[in-house]
Design a protein around this ligand. Sequence first.
Ligand code: FAD
Ligand code: NAP
Length: 341
Amino acid sequence: MNPPDSAVGRSLQAFNTLAVPSVAERYWRVSTTAELKEALRLARDSGMEAMILGGGSNVVLPERFEGLVIHMAIRGFKVVAEERDHVWLEAGAGEVWQDLVEYSLDHDFFGLENLSLIPGTVGAAPIQNIGAYGVELDSVFAGLKAVERESLKDVVFDRDACEFSYRDSVFKNRLKDTVVITSVTFKLNRKPQLNLSYAALREALADMDPATITPGRVSETVCRIRRSKLPDPSHIPNAGSFFKNPVVSLEQFKKLKNEYSDIVSYPVDDKRIKLAAAWLLDKAGWRGHSEGGVGMHVNQALVLVNPGHCSGERILQYAAKIQDDIQARFGITLEREPASY
Ligand code: FAD
Ligand code: NAP
C-alpha cells in the first residue's frame, strides 16, 4: 500500500528547525494509531527504514533519507481521571507541546508552566525527558501509550519503565527507535504549586508580591525570558542546546576548579557535579564563532545556528570539531543532544 499523502522525494526542510535541506524517499503524515500501524507495516514488510518525525526541533536530518518518514499528527486532549487535588490529562503524541501547556493553564491544571515554549510535540517530550527552569517532564509524567515498531503491538509505559534521567530516557538508550509513542498522560495539580527554584526565573519575578504570582504569570515570564535569550528558529535556524551539560565526578571537578576558578557548576548529588556546557564553549572561544554558514550563537554559546541552511553532514562535522576541542582543552566529552539519522 502506498502512503496516501506520499510523496516520492518530499522535502523536509520546513519540518526541521535547523532548516537542513533534506529529502525523504517516502513520507506519510499519520493522524491515528491505526494509520501509524499501517505505515509501520508498510516499512517493515517492504524492508524500508522508517524514521519518526515530530516537530523536528531536536534532530539533524540527512540530505536524503532512503526510507519512510512517518510524521506524527495524532491529536487530542482528554481528561482520563480526576480526584480532589489532581487530574490526569492524556495528550496525543502529535499535539504541539506549547498547545498542551496553554490548554492545561486554560483549564486550571498546573505543573507545566516552567516548561512553556519548548518547541516540538508531546510524543517527543519523554524521549529526552524535556526540562527547563528547574522542572523536568518526569515530575508530571503519569504514563504513555506506544506501538512497538517490529510487532505493531500496543504497549504502555509507567514512569519507572521510562528510566528517566537528566535529558535522557530508555527511549534514547535500550529502546532507541523501537517504539512509537502515541499519547502521553500527565498528572497535573488542581492547586498551584509553584517551582521558583531556578534563579533566573526567581529574579525575573522578584519585583512581584509573592502572593500574586500565579502559574499563568510563571508561564508568561518563562516565555519572556526565552524570547529574550534564545534565537527564534524561524529567523535563525537552530535546534536549541546542541550539547548536553556534562556531569563529572567531584574529583574531576576539583581538578578543573583548580585551573579555572570561574567555572560554572551545579551539584547533582554528593558525588557528581553538572558543568554548564555553555561556559566551556565560551571559554574555548566558540561563542559567536562561525564557519561556512554554521556557527555557535553569539548570545548563547550552547545553541548551534545554521543561517547558511547547511547540510546535516556539515553540521555534524562542525559539532565534531567542537567536541574534539573541548576534549583536548578540558578532558570532557561533550555529548550531542539532537538525534541524527
Ligand atoms: P523531533 O525533533 O521531531 O524528534 C526528536 C527525536 O524523537 C527523534 O529521534 C524522533 O525520531 C523521536 N520522536 C519524535 N516523536 C516521537 C514519537 N512520537 N515516538 C517515538 N519517537 C519520537 N529541549 C528541552 O528539553 N528543554 C528546552 O528548554 C528546550 N528548548 C529548546 C529551544 C529551542 C529554540 C529548540 C529549537 C529546541 C529546544 N529543545 C529543548 C529541544 C526540543 O524542543 C525537544 O527535545 C523536543 O521535545 C523535541 O520535540 P520534536 O517533536 O521536535 O522532536
Ligand atoms: P541559563 O539560565 O543561562 O543557565 C545555564 C545552564 O546552567 C543551564 O543549562 C542550566 O542547566 C544551568 N542552571 C542554571 N541555574 C541552575 C540551577 N539553579 N540549578 C541547576 N542548574 C542550573 O540557561 P538557558 O540557556 O537560558 O536556558 C534556560 C533553561 O531552558 C534551562 O533549564 C535549559 O536547560 C532550558 N533550555 C534547554 C534547551 C535545550 O535545547 N535543551 C534550549 C534552551 C533552553 P539545565 O539545562 O540543566 O537546566
